[in-house]
Design a protein around this ligand. Structure first.
Ligand SMILES: Nc1ncnc2c1ncn2[C@@H]1O[C@H](COP(=O)(O)OP(=O)(O)OP(=O)(O)O)[C@@H](O)[C@H]1O
Ligand SMILES: [Mg+2]
Length: 1048
């Protein structure tokens, strides 16, 4: 790789030039600033919901689905229509850590808180028209703020930074005296010739500078030089063949280095990062697996490789992350990088994402996807014959391959990429990999490992009041460290026999602490218990911020606040688990990251889900629910200890009780524990148990394609046939031999050969009516997918439910009740969630009594008569039992209907006696399943009538808020409460947000930090740009000459 950057021709920057001239925006109407009147995300749902919706964070569950996001912004489309049809070519353009001996109440003062030529008028019109009308509605608060700045002369220091003024022609001039108007006119003409893309881009870039009022001349010069460099690099890329180095920073322009430094505060790469990026395998684009301890900085390496793919090779890239929340966080975090470096960041999570993605000629996209959406995306690219356009697939947390149905899905995705597109590079990273050889063989990948950790981690265990230090690499790995020093009253000793309070009081509030608990309930209890004994002095620490947090929590719940949080937040404590709403989680996570909260009690999912490090991590017991901790889980949890750049060390303390020794199962190999048992006063029986543990294999990552009687392999083969990747049994066998299952066959399926597995699976699919056998013109036996089979794999419907779903939908056609949404909602209520929720018969009965006669009739036709529920509610025996699946599904449908009617999560959760987290999960699962059902029906002509109905229902389920908030909630990470605030402050459309001034947002939107404001604006700009680019591509497609046009 050329890292010297010798070959780059530096050219003068023209249209791409960024300026640092303060508060300007091509899209922001000058009149608003000057007062001039002239100016303007199936079946696979089952994959994980089944497993642990109750025990873990709800956002780990992601279902299949498609959501056409353009349809989401009606204002934008309406505007374009208007432009297209009517408007022609109009040119308008730490205090005292400790605890009290006695419990007390914490109430003090907290009452809870293209075509591109000049003939193409439409492009220019689109922009100017957007500019005119959308901007007429700029928030008055922004206007006031900018006028205030004008008065203060904030713009007078830099003439180019002055606001727009209007001229007599009605065109806008930007920050220049009238004598310069001719130049401006020429500029305007040139601009009118440019494509929507370029104009939007330049507008966005200028907007991106709004927060840079105080930039120094030298900084501006430096910035200009960097901008030149990137423009030159871009031009070099456009002129030359793909795959060339664009600059000195690992093939990238030094602009990238500057951006990483500016946006993340990372000035230099760690040595291992440098080594990894210069590996021969990386240079030659071979597949790579790299593993390092938690917090090792793996993400940055992946991001640099992604940027190389997007910028140097001009190829799209896919980043697969395990949770929706992580996808949203990444989309938010990368938006500003995308705007600066001219690529798109597209979100594929929940019900968001387009299949196949829009084909873009110029801009390249980074698709950030969950495991489920990543799979659907790859399928859609295979079907469209576009997989080769995907240059790179990066999988974070690669060990997920070994986790149940989601692992099977990830395996299918990677196996398809490997088989169909040999030019697509695959990179996988993880902190907890053991059998890397198997994974290397599967992915045909090189391996890089290092045990680098930026902050040293000290591991301890505590038994009774003694703390032992762990030295994992030493023979005698447990060394006595100290006896815990605490003064407990006898009542305290009873309440807190594990001395959690003493352990946390050693670090908080000056440092942060995470306490992992085995269950959700335990999280709440532990947080409550700690608060009862903390000194009142804790209340004074960051008092105002905590009061604000409580207020925000209350607002997010439309006035409702969890009583536990109400008690704990004033002490700087909170719990964190799947029972919280997404918004509550976000607020608590941000407060913890900012130091407002110093302690979180949490379930194991926090370890894998979010980057929330702590000085001290306490494992309250070696269990997750009732299962003994796996070594990889332990590693993930303790790995949270030690904040890079903040703490000089991190420490973990595992609390063990005598009884835990007996619970250690042979399946668990936990060398620390084993060594500890052998070195302490263990009985001979325990010692032999320890020996057995020592000889057990380490937890490895195994294929899950054969789970549940081969559900994974059946789904895989159905899609292989459907997508025409393979047509014969032999081809299928070859494909399967390249999967992780093929690599691990001797472990995962000893009793059958791969050939037998394939034959059985094909027989299963044939029997189910999903595939058929035929002969081709050469008399070879070939497999074909049936209509039901195609609908099943396209809708990502779990094979368990595909026939039930077809039956339900067909039945629905005979008598669909449309006077209420209940019947439709019932049809899209996920089957797999029924087992997660037992009906409360009294609540059920009350719901039935408030139903209309038509609804009651529908319920009865479905198989849930009122009399049945009445008898159940009265505790009487039922003579004619109803199908529990149908009964449970209708109950969940009632919950969903209530949510659609009221949009009040708390009230609905309360009425149905469910946790608000569950209700929210149900809603997001239903919206994702609705999109699966929509795809399913689209493939089956007899079900055509559902399309229009389900499209609208999906939209309602996805947002479940007042219609006015929907455009705002499309922006990654903007949730209901924030959308309400933004709407209240006058930011009503995506365009408002994309053009907002982050500084002003901070001033007018309560409790919004500058970082959050920047991210919201950058994400909105990215989304707006993505929509505009998509429309431009559609225009190009429509106007292009068909290659197969008959000619004379
Ligand atoms: N070269 C660097 N210098 C300073 N900080 C860095 C550097 N590289 C990464 N970091 C920071 O270190 C922190 C942890 O990095 P990252 O999230 O990539 O860890 P990870 O290896 O992916 O860990 P995990 O396995 O927990 O996901 C982040 O805050 C990141 O910004
Ligand atoms: Mg990571």
């Amino acid at each position: 790789m050329n890292t010297d950057h010798q070959g780059i021709k530096v050219k003068r920057v023209t249209s791409r030039k960024r300026s640092r001239d303060g508060l300007r925006s091509h899209l922001t109407p000058a009149k608003k600033r000057t007062g001039s009147p002239e100016e303007p995300e199936g079946g696979h749902a089952v994959l994980m919901m089944e497993e642990k919706l109750e025990g873990d964070c709800s956002d780990q569950e992601d279902l299949f689905g498609d959501y056409d996001s353009i349809l989401g912004d009606r204002a934008f489309l309406a505007k374009l229509e208007e432009v297209e049809f009517g408007m022609g070519c109009d040119n308008r353009v730490a205090s005292d850590p400790g605890f009290d001996g006695a419990p007390h109440s914490p109430e003090d003062g907290y009452m809870a808180l293209r075509t591109g030529d000049s003939k193409d008028c439409s492009s220019a019109d689109v922009v100017s028209s957007l500019r005119d009308t959308f901007m007429d509605e700029l928030p008055s608060s922004q206007l006031a703020f900018q006028q205030e700045l004008l008065k203060k002369g904030a713009w007078s220091t830099n003439s180019s930074a002055s606001p727009q003024t209007g001229d007599a022609t009605g065109r806008t001039t930007r920050g220049r005296p009238t004598s310069r108007n001719r130049k401006d006119e020429r500029d305007a003409e040139a601009q009118a010739k440019s494509s929507v893309t370029d104009r939007l881009k330049s507008a966005m870039r200028e907007n991106a500078t709004v927060s840079s009022l105080g930039v120094s001349t030298s900084a501006a010069r430096k910035e200009a030089a960097l901008t030149k460099e990137i423009s030159a690099a871009m031009e070099a890329r456009e002129a030359g063949p793909a795959g060339i180095d664009l600059g000195p920073f690992y093939g990238l322009p030094s602009k990238v280095k500057e951006l990483i430094s500016k946006q993340r505060g990372i000035k230099d790469l760690y040595d291992w990062q440098k080594t990894c990026l210069t590996l021969e395998s990386v240079q030659q684009r071979r597949n790579l697996i790299y593993s390092l301890p938690t917090s090792g900085g793996k993400t940055l390496v992946a991001e640099i490789l992604i940027l190389r793919e997007l910028l140097c090779r001009s190829m799209n890239a896919l980043l697969i992350l395990p949770y929706i929340s992580l996808v949203q966080e990444k989309v938010r975090g990368l938006a500003s990088l995308g705007l600066e470096l001219d690529f798109l960041v597209e979100e594929y999570a929940g019900s968001k994402g387009r299949f196949p993605p829009v084909k873009r000629r110029k801009k390249k996209s980074l698709f950030v996807a969950t495991i489920e959406k990543g799979h659907s995306l790859v399928n859609s690219l295979v079907e469209a014959g576009r997989l080769q356009g995907l240059g790179l697939v990066v999988v974070d947390e690669l060990h997920m391959l070994g986790e149940g149905k989601r692992g099977a899905l990830l395996e299918m995705t990677l196996a398809k990429v490997l088989y169909v597109s040999s030019s697509t590079q695959i990179i996988g990273m993880s902190a907890t990999l053991s059998n890397t050889e198997d994974l290397q063989k599967f992915l045909k990948a090189d391996n890089f490992t290092s045990d680098f950790r930026p902050v040293q981690l000290m591991e301890y265990v505590k038994v009774r009041d003694t703390i032992y230090e762990i030295h994992p690499k030493e023979e005698e790995c447990f060394n006595f460290s100290r006896v815990l020093n605490f003064k407990y009253s006898s009542s305290m000793q009873k309440v807190d026999p594990d001395h959690i309070i003493a352990l946390v009081a050693e670090v908080i509030p000056a440092h942060s602490c995470l306490v992992f608990c085995p269950s959700k309930k335990n999280c709440e209890n532990v947080a409550d218990m700690i608060c009862k004994y903390l000194k009142k002095g804790f209340l004074k620490h960051r008092e105002e911020e905590k009061a604000r947090l409580l207020q925000e929590l209350r607002e997010s719940g439309a006035g409702a606040l969890c009583p536990v949080l109400c008690r704990t937040v004033p002490f700087g404590l909170a719990y964190h688990h799947g029972g919280l709403t997404g918004e509550e989680r976000r607020l608590l996570e941000e407060a913890y990251s900012a130091g407002t909260l110093c302690l979180l009690t949490c379930t194991s999912t926090l370890a894998a889900g979010i980057n929330l490090p702590a000085r001290r991590v306490i494992l309250r017991s070696p269990y997750v629910a009732t299962d003994f901790l796996k070594r990889s889980q332990y590693k993930q949890m303790v790995g949270r200890a030690g904040r890079a750049g903040i703490d000089s060390l991190g420490e973990s303390i595992l609390i063990l009780q005598e009884k835990d020794r007996l619970s250690v199962s042979p399946a668990v190999l936990w060398s620390h524990w084993v060594s500890f048992v052998s070195c302490s006063s263990a009985s001979p029986a325990l010692r032999s148990q320890a020996k057995q543990l020592l000889s057990s294999p380490l937890e490895s990552c195994y294929s899950h394609l054969m789970d549940a009687n081969g559900q994974g392999i059946h789904s895989l083969i159905l899609s292989l046939v459907g997508l025409k990747i393979t047509r014969t049994l032999e081809q299928i066998r070859d494909f399967v031999s390249g999967t992780l299952l093929g690599v691990q066959q001797s472990h995962s399926c000893q009793e059958k050969s791969l050939w037998e597995i394939v034959q059985d699976s094909v027989e299963f699919l044939r029997h189910k009516g999903l595939i058929s056998v035929s002969t081709d013109c050469e008399n070879n036996t070939v497999l074909l997918v049936t209509n039901l089979g195609r609908a099943t794999y396209k809708g990502s419907i779990d094979l368990t439910y595909c026939d039930v779903l077809y039956r339900d939908l067909s039945k629905g056609l005979d008598g669909l009740m449309l006077s209420s949404l209940l019947h439709l909602v019932y049809l899209v209520t996920p089957y797999d969630l029924v087992s997660q929720c037992k009906p409360d018969w009294m609540v059920y009965f009350r719901q039935l009594t408030s139903m209309t006669a038509t609804e009651l009739k529908m319920a009865s036709v479905l198989g849930v008569p009122e009399s049945f529920v009445a008898r159940k509610a009265a505790g009487q025996s039922v003579r004619k039992p109803a199908d529990p699946e149908v009964v449970g599904r209708l109950y969940l449908a009632l919950v969903l209907l209530s949510m659609l009617k009221e949009t009040d999560l708390w009230a609905v959760a309360d009425r149905f006696r469910l946790t608000r987290g569950f209700v929210q999960s149900l809603l997001s699962s239903a919206s994702a399943f609705c999109s699966c059902v929509l795809h399913f029906t689209e493939e089956l002509g007899e079900l055509w009538a559902y399309k229009a109905l389900l499209t609208e229902l999906m939209r309602r389920l996805t947002y479940c808020v007042k219609a006015e908030l929907i455009p705002l909630m499309e922006v990654a990470g903007v949730q209901e409460a924030r959308a309400k605030q933004l709407h209240g402050a006058g930011y009503k459309t995506l365009c408002h947000l994309a053009n907002a001034d982050p500084s002003l947002l901070v001033q007018t939107v309560p409790n919004l930090s500058k970082r959050q404001a920047n991210q919201i604006v950058a994400s909105a700009k990215m989304l707006l740009m993505e929509k505009a680019e998509s429309l431009q591509e559609e225009v190009n497609e429509l106007l292009s000459l068909p290659a197969d046009l008959p000619s004379s």
